[in-house]
Design a protein around this ligand. Structure first.
Ligand code: SF4
Length: 207
């Protein structure tokens, strides 16, 4: 895992690309920072993120009484869940994680439904991404390699989905209907500047 100096350098590279970028030593610090970046009165949605769960951010968002939540986990049917995901694209603030970050400031994500990469790309005016420094790789190709062969198979295992990588532990480029890898996104630049805020955390978090 890369050291703090390298993480701080990545923060500077992210800033050069228009991203809001921060480094926090601890999960608690990152949670408090993320909460401070959500304005009172906002409508808030989030994508599936083990990191956001691990640092207690999603729970804290659910506890705030000055915001409106779009919580897909409250859906009673698949159709309702999809509708809540669609509405999340119109939220003021969207929270998510990142599957891979290159040292020179690109973000990489793989998504099954597509709502997460869609919301990061366009829609919500305030996007907050949280990531442990374990997500940082030397270059974009390595970050995508990480997303495909580390993050995705671990998520398949977490969700107990019978995709080929459940056994192999690496991506088999499957065509399974249950695949969680439909959309690959690389975010090279943030425009308008500061819309996407990346909080790097000096801990091993997520996948
Ligand atoms: S085998 Fe399928 S589900 Fe698993 S990582 Fe590859 S594309 Fe994704």
């Amino acid at each position: 895992m890369i050291d703090k100096a390298a993480a701080l350098q990545t923060v500077e590279e992210l800033k050069k690309r228009g991203f809001g970028a921060y480094f926090c030593e601890s999960a608690e610090e990152a949670k408090e920072l993320a909460l401070s970046l959500i304005p009172s009165g906002d409508t808030v949605a989030w994508g599936g993120s083990v990191t956001a769960e691990q640092i207690g951010l999603i729970q804290a968002v659910k506890s705030r009484d000055d915001i409106t939540r779009i919580d897909r986990d409250l859906a009673k049917t698949p159709e309702e869940k999809r509708e809540l995901m669609r509405r999340g694209l119109l939220a003021d603030t969207f929270i998510a994680g990142v599957n891979g970050i290159s040292r020179d400031g690109w973000l990489v994500n793989i998504d099954g439904t597509g709502n997460r990469v869609a919301a990061i790309t366009f829609g919500p005016e305030n996007v907050i991404l949280v990531a442990g420094v374990n997500k940082i790789e030397n270059d974009v190709a390595s970050a995508m390699e990480r997303a495909r062969n580390v993050a995705a198979p671990l998520n398949v295992k977490r969700l107990s989905i019978p995709d080929p990588c459940l056994k192999s532990g690496k991506c088999m480029d499957c065509r399974a209907q249950t695949t969680i890898c439909c959309h690959f996104a690389e975010h090279r630049f943030c425009k308008p500047a500061g819309r996407i805020k990346v909080i790097l955390i000096g801990e091993k978090l997520g996948f």
